[in-house]
Design a protein around this ligand. Structure first.
Ligand code: PEP
Ligand code: MG
Length: 581
């Protein structure tokens, strides 16, 4: 028996078996039982085969299009894919440590990264980015082959207690909270956020346990007391009896799964939940989770490393049409390529070009390369004949950009007969502070807004998320971020255009109440997060949320806002249990 003490942030006592999850650099690590090892290795090898096929296809296309000299880049990536130090090493990690394949790939990549980093030759050193591309591709392909934490959890008998290094909203969305009855985290830095998450989900929780996720073996019985902050590991029979007496009555939680159709708050505010999509393979999840449409299709994912000019109008048309037809009658919002210069071929592409100048990205880049944007718009306009389509421009910073883009779109439309331009909705992503502050000027120029908080936060706070030294300052609850969101929402309301929010904030159960309170009623998120957000919304009072948001907006710091949300959830007139008894 061992007793660990942290900070109890959400009350209740739960006895269950530990499920251990660690997450770093957005890659999850979780143990797998011995009988799963072969399946995990098989998934890894399938992912290698799929990646090989994709790279060969891309190479073949590149060889026959502009930028053919780039084909050699893909040869290098194909060699890396077969290097025993990558997939072979990952396989031995899966076998030796009995961990999920995606994590093993990440570990093998890290080892290779250090090898490349230490190379003298700057050209070879730069090859590190190719290793990153290959490892990323393997992990992406694994998403459809290997088991996720949700499936693994479903194999655990009885209630489980999640022990994690940290619990991000994206992981929370993947868990089956009808089985996970409580959680404990090592992390102390995002304590309040995690605490708000626990209270929003109404599960007992402890934070600040330092290294519990390293010390506790998967499957060990634990007693978690979210009131006192104590976690008893391998309790004695007497402690188990006591835990049974004190345990929060086991609730028959409704599994966060398939409910579909419209969702409303307790006081009847209709909230629209759509999905963010990167690959067409994700579409089955859309139906499974009851998305009301695609709020963001990140079209640049179709490039998968190819130079942007090599993707033809017909290639694009076929893909957009398939997407629209599969989602219809629900609408699809396709964002034009949000890339920077690296996706262009031609002289200068190569190691030095990877250190691309910041700023020439998204719609700006499209306008600077009108042939590329026009090709995409032609494909979109053709595809729009097959179902409801909304075209969205990324990285908008000024009214002129939208005007220029709309002018080009009007020219494209005029070249086709039978396309009704009024059916084609055109929107702007609001993800740069200049666009947010000038939202009242942009609103008359477009049919809808979509707030991209991922970029908005980073540009508003001058924080590069990939720079570890400042990534702690990336704070969705910063008063300036909340004010920008309110400005955009107000401008949209005044100009009678819809506004949705599609950044990671939308899929965070801890934040959705505040966002509803700021007046937002449309969200687009990773499909897996929809069920949990649906639950939180269904138990939310929009009136209370508005009161809470208006108070939160008067507070001076993110910490004060977090503390206030946390306390408000403890009192909880704002929200009832997201799970029915
Ligand atoms: C955003 O910036 O919030 C967004 C959704 O776009 P992306 O994450 O693709 O930059
Ligand atoms: Mg963005």
């Amino acid at each position: 028996m061992e007793r660990l003490t942290g900070i109890g942030v959400s009350p209740g006592v739960v006895l269950g078996r530990a499920v251990v999850l660690t997450q770093r650099t957005e890659v999850m690590r979780f143990p797998i039982p011995p009988e799963r090892v072969e399946q995990e290795v098989a998934a890894l090898l399938r992912s290698q085969a799929a990646s090989r096929q994709q790279l060969q296809d891309i190479k073949a296309r590149v060889e026959h299009g502009p930028g053919s000299e780039l084909a050699a880049l893909f040869d290098a990536q194909l060699l890396m894919l077969d290097d025993p130090m990558l997939v072979g090493r990952a396989e031995s990690i899966v076998r030796a440590e009995r961990v999920n394949a995606a994590w093993a790939v990440h570990r093998a990549y890290e080892e290779l990264y250090h090898v490349f980093r230490s190379m003298e030759d700057p050209y070879l050193r730069e090859r590190e980015t190719d290793v990153a591309d290959v490892a990323g591709r393997l992990r992406l392909n694994l998403r459809h082959g290997a088991k996720g934490p949700k499936e693994l959890l479903s194999e655990v008998d009885g209630p489980s207690v999640l022990i994690a290094d940290e619990l991000t909203a994206s992981v929370a969305a993947q868990l089956d909270w009808s089985r996970v009855q409580a959680f404990a985290t090592d992390a102390g830095s995002r304590t309040y956020h995690t605490a708000i998450l626990a209270r929003s989900l109404k599960v007992p929780a402890i934070v600040g346990l330092h290294d519990a996720s390293l010390r506790i073996a998967a499957g060990t019985p634990v007693v978690l007391d979210g009131t006192t902050g104590e976690l008893t590991v391998a309790p004695t029979p007497a402690q188990i009896d006591e835990a049974h007496r004190r345990a929060t009555p086991p609730r028959r939680r409704r599994a966060a799964t398939t409910a579909a159709g419209p969702v409303s708050t307790t006081d009847g505010m209709r909230i629209r939940l759509e999905a963010n999509i990167e690959l067409l393979e994700d579409l089955p999840f859309l139906n499974e989770h009851g998305a009301e449409g695609v709020g963001l299709y990140r079209s640049e994912f179709m490039l998968s490393g190819r130079p942007i000019e090599s993707v033809t109008e017909d290639d694009q048309y076929a893909l957009y049409r398939s997407l629209i037809e599969q989602v219809a009658p629900r609408p699809v919002t396709i964002r034009t390529f949000d890339v920077d210069e690296r996706h262009f071929a031609g002289p200068g592409r190569g190691p030095e070009r990877r250190r691309t100048r910041p700023g020439l990205r998204g719609l700006r880049l499209g306008l600077a390369n009108p042939a590329v944007l026009r090709t995409q718009l032609r494909a979109l306009v053709r595809a729009s004949a097959h179902g409801p389509l909304r075209i969205m421009f990324p990285f908008v910073t000024a009214v002129e950009e939208v005007r220029d883009a709309r002018k080009m779109l009007a020219e494209v439309v005029s070249g086709f007969s039978g396309i009704d331009p009024t059916q084609l909705k055109v929107g702007a992503m609001i993800e740069v502070p200049s666009a947010a502050l000038a939202a009242d000027l942009l609103a008359p120029e477009v049919d809808f807004f979509t707030i991209g908080t991922n970029d908005l936060i980073q540009f508003c706070l001058a924080v590069d998320r990939t720079d570890d030294r400042v990534s702690d300052l990336y704070e969705p609850l910063h008063p300036a971020v909340l004010r920008l969101i309110r400005i955009v929402r107000r401008a949209a309301t005044r100009h009678h255009i819809p506004v949705s929010l599609c950044g990671e904030m939308a899929s965070d159960p801890a934040l959705v109440g505040l966002l509803v309170g700021l007046g937002l009623t449309e969200f687009s998120m990773t499909p897996g997060a929809i069920p949990i957000i649906r639950h939180v919304v269904e138990e939310l009072s929009a009136t209370e949320a508005r009161r809470l948001a208006s108070h939160a907006l008067r507070l001076a710091t993110a910490a004060e806002i977090e503390q206030y949300l946390f306390d408000a959830l403890a009192a909880s007139p704002f929200q009832r249990s997201p799970f029915r008894e």
